[in-house]
Design a protein around this ligand. Structure first.
Ligand code: PLP
Length: 423
């Protein structure tokens, strides 16, 4: 290719990503159709009151035109009111909330707003994969700090709380160039909800070193243990924290691409400026529908039902691991479960394609499950750096936000693992 037609380095990486490999495996499997428990999209619709709101919004002239760049006033007001009891005060909808095109674009806007080339951003492993390219776009340097699974994770089902940060490692990762830290709670893929004590330790380091906290809380309505928002620890912490939310996750509508950032006006102002440059404003009718969703959710009993519903799916799906004697990390939040498959013996002569054979064991496990059982899950070493990939090479991530018949078929197929398990 002529040098002039060459893509920019930031998009030119040619290693196959996990999604391509999993899709390729699914297409090649004799077990069709594949039961897809890999990606975190819902296998069922948002509740009727939210769907109705979207349909009605499409009939209104002003809902089909540009929204203000910071988002529709009705949605910002609805968020301010819905979050007030959780925050301990009402956020100013004019200055402390800005609407984005999903949480993902919100985080890109945050990095674009604050990162200069060479600035460092601390990211915990495993990470949500989009963080990486989003930080690299403005030239940020990522400094990784691994989460450590429980030592007995291969033999015992333990709480996801047992995945821990080594605070000495975290402190050692901080340099004068550390500008931001990305936190994710409830956590994808681990299912950990950071305890108040852990958040306080992170916050103390950030206060001491003037580091902006980007707290990705997209699963904030799905927690099964007490959930603390780091911004609510103290007014000082709130001043350095940007909190990320997602209507896609809250309302089972990941394709709507409505998200938001909340935080102090002097930070949100610049995030909103970056968002305006990136996509000007976000989808109008679906912002309106989300506003109505937030206005009505509490009265509909929606938030409580979300938790009960997902906990039910999680418990029903995980029965199969108990049957098989396979341990997993019991999630404290979110809709992913990390299962430890160290007991599964992969046939020594199994014909893995070369690009899978060279990846860590979890990629081979994922490939094998798709080919032999027709169930797709995600190898989490994709969410670690190469140096730390070994930490999770016995795990696979399953998304349980799927209809009951899908979960039941997945369980039925996964029982086929029995003959490969060494006890
Ligand atoms: C931890 C985490 N953050 C952010 C997102 C993206 O959210 P959105 O779909 O609103 O962009 C996801 C989606 O999977 C996620 O798991």
């Amino acid at each position: 290719m002529s040098a002039k037609l060459k893509p920019a380095a930031r998009v030119a990486g040619n290693r196959q990503d996990v999604w391509t490999i999993i899709n390729e495996a699914a297409a090649a499997s004799p077990n069709q159709p594949i039961i897809n428990m890999g990606q975190g999209f819902f296998g069922y619709n948002p509740p009727q009151f939210i769907l109705n709101a979207a349909k009605q919004a499409l009939d209104r002239v002003e809902c089909n035109q540009y929204s203000p760049t910071r988002g529709r006033p009705r949605l910002r007001k609805a968020l301010s009111e819905a979050y007030a009891p959780l925050w301990g005060r009402k956020l100013d909808p004019e200055t402390e909330i800005t609407i984005t095109t999903g949480a993902n674009e919100g985080m890109l806007s945050a990095f674009m707003a604050f990162i200069e080339p060479g600035d460092e951003v601390i990211v915990f492993e495993p990470f949500f994969d989009q963080y990486i390219s989003n930080i690299e776009m403005p030239g940020g340097k990522i400094v990784y700090v691994p989460m450590h699974p429980p030592k007995e994770g291969g033999v015992k089902t333990l709480s996801a709380a047992e995945w821990t940060i080594d605070f000495n490692e975290l402190e050692a990762a901080i340099t004068p160039r550390t500008k931001m830290i990305v936190l994710n709670t409830p956590h994808n893929p681990v299912g950990k909800v950071y305890s108040k004590q852990e958040l306080q330790k992170i916050a103390n380091l950030c206060l001491k070193n003037e580091i902006i906290i980007l707290s990705d809380e997209v699963y904030d309505r799905l927690f099964y243990v007490p959930f603390t928002r780091i911004a609510t620890l103290s007014p000082e912490v709130e001043k350095i924290t940007i909190t990320v939310g997602s209507a896609g996750k809250n309302f089972y509508a990941t394709g709507w691409r409505v998200g938001w950032l909340m935080g102090p006006a002097n930070l949100i102002q610049y995030v909103a400026a970056a968002h305006t440059r990136i996509c000007y404003s976000s989808v109008s009718p679906l912002q309106e529908a989300c506003a109505i969703g937030f206005e009505q959710a509490e009265a509909e009993g929606f938030w409580d039902s979300c938790i009960q519903d997902m906990q039910g799916r999680m418990a029903r799906f995980n029965e199969v691991w108990h049957e098989l004697g396979v341990p997993y990390s019991e999630p404290e939040g979110g809709y992913f479960v990390m299962v430890n498959l160290s007991k599964v013996e992969l046939p020594a002569d199994y014909p893995f394609p070369p690009h899978v054979a060279e990846r860590p064991r979890d990629f081979k496990l994922a490939w094998f499950l798709i080919q032999e059982l027709g169930v797709a899950a995600i190898p989490p070493s994709e969410f670690y750096t190469e140096a730390n990939a070994h930490i999770v090479e016995d795990y696979l991530r399953f998304a349980v936000c799927k209809p009951d018949d899908v979960l039941e078929t997945a369980k039925e197929r996964l029982r086929g693992l029995k003959k490969y398990i060494k006890q």
